[in-house]
Design a protein around this ligand. Structure first.
Ligand SMILES: *Cc1c(COP(=O)(O)O)cnc(C)c1O
Length: 366
């Protein structure tokens, strides 16, 4: 059988979730498990966190229904709310909480007659300029929703455009708009994503919404003492399936992007862009062979990639190769580091791992 697997460490997931909670002891943290828990498997992650998290957040009702079908009974927030008015019937049946970001969603709530009132997170656009009501409109909508019997409780929700950088005028602008509004409405807040949970206590609210940090990725531009405690949850692991010696000057792979600067030993690894590994990975992108750092040499193919193992003489067919995550010898290759070599972010690498790389769960409730 092909040796590629995505090992998922559910104990690390719980550790990271608890770290998010410790960062913000006065907030409740909703665990964001949208996009199949950032590629880690939403149901397995939900089961691992169910006893710890007071609520989960997903992007849409399809994701929430899949969790309910899998037996998850705690509250689930739809971060983009409903996409069509008739979804409110299902929201009611399953007890989902919803974000409300547009007038048509308000109108749908005004017209709805749910069996039980629906908790609502009113989304305000404080500067992201994607979803939400303008700050000037928000008070009016808030009053409107406060008076509607179909609405249970109201929170003010907003999203930061740049909580990941340190010296940050734009974050402060968003924050001061929100503080003014919250004072005016006496509204409980839900603002913080992972970087704000980690680095901006001022943004901690009644609820926080950590996502990517739960999976062990550091969202901050500059790591700190807390982010260094994050543990990788996914290890993308494979093996060497072939080895060859190249003379100086001999090229490897499509279009010969890399050629040997000296006599070199090249390992072929069972993992490619057909598994979701990023084809933009440059020569030099790190991988761990037997727990030792090596570098990608040559373009990534659909089913394979090639690694310079000249410095690892014991590398053999069957040797462990970690594309990101934790090697058997304890060495860690952060997905964030791989992402930089691919000109992308950990989010795309993690959500991009395809079903061809089977998920294998470890830890309690695996
Ligand atoms: C995805 C998402 C989050 C989580 O963001 P991270 O950067 O992964 O922590 C929080 N809030 C909203 C609205 C989101 O869509």
């Amino acid at each position: 059988m092909r040796p590629l697997v995505a090992d998922i460490d559910l104990d690390a997931l719980r550790h990271n979730y608890q770290l998010a909670c410790r960062c913000a002891p006065k907030s409740r943290s909703v665990a964001v498990i949208k996009a199949d828990a950032y590629g880690h498997g939403a149901l397995a992650c939900a089961k691992a966190l169910e006893e710890h998290a007071p609520a989960f957040a997903v992007a849409c009702i399809e994701e929430a229904l899949a969790l309910r079908a899998g037996g998850i009974t705690i509250p689930i927030v739809l971060l983009e709310g409903i996409f069509r008015a008739d979804e409110l019937a299902l929201v009611d049946v399953h007890g989902f909480w919803i974000a409300v970001h547009s007038q048509w969603q308000v109108d749908a709530l005004l017209a709805a007659k749910p069996r039980q009132p629906i908790p609502v997170w009113l989304k305000v656009d404080s500067g992201m300029h994607r979803l939400g009501f303008a700050v000037e409109e928000a008070a009016g909508i808030w009053q409107q929703l406060s008076a509607v019997p179909s609405v249970a409780s109201l929170h003010l929700m907003s999203h930061f455009a740049s909580a990941d950088t340190q010296d940050n005028g734009y974050f402060n602008q968003q924050m001061s708009r929100l503080q003014a509004l919250a004072r005016q409405l006496d509204a409980p807040l839900c603002l913080a994503n992972s970087p704000a949970t980690l680095a901006w206590p001022v943004a901690h609210g009644d609820w926080n919404r950590p996502g990517v940090m739960l999976y062990g990725s550091d969202p901050l531009e500059v790591a700190n003492d807390i982010t260094r405690q994050l543990q990788p949850v996914m290890t993308l692991r494979s093996e060497i399936i072939a080895l060859r010696e190249l003379e100086e000057g001999e090229p490897v792979g499509y279009s010969g992007r890399w050629s040997a600067p000296r006599r070199s030993r090249i390992a072929v690894v069972a993992c490619g862009y057909g598994d979701g590994y990023d084809r933009h990975a440059r020569d030099g992108t790190p991988v761990l062979v037997n727990g030792q750092r090596c570098a990608i040499a040559g373009k990534v193919s659909m089913d394979m990639l090639t690694v310079d193992v000249t410095e690892v003489p014991e590398a053999a067919i069957g040797s462990e190769v970690v594309l990101w995550g934790s090697a058997s010898n304890g060495e860690v290759l952060p997905v964030d580091e791989v992402a930089r070599y691919c000109d992308t972010i950990s989010y795309t690498l993690l959500t991009g791992v395809l079903p061809r790389a089977p998920r294998r769960y470890h830890g309690r409730s695996a």
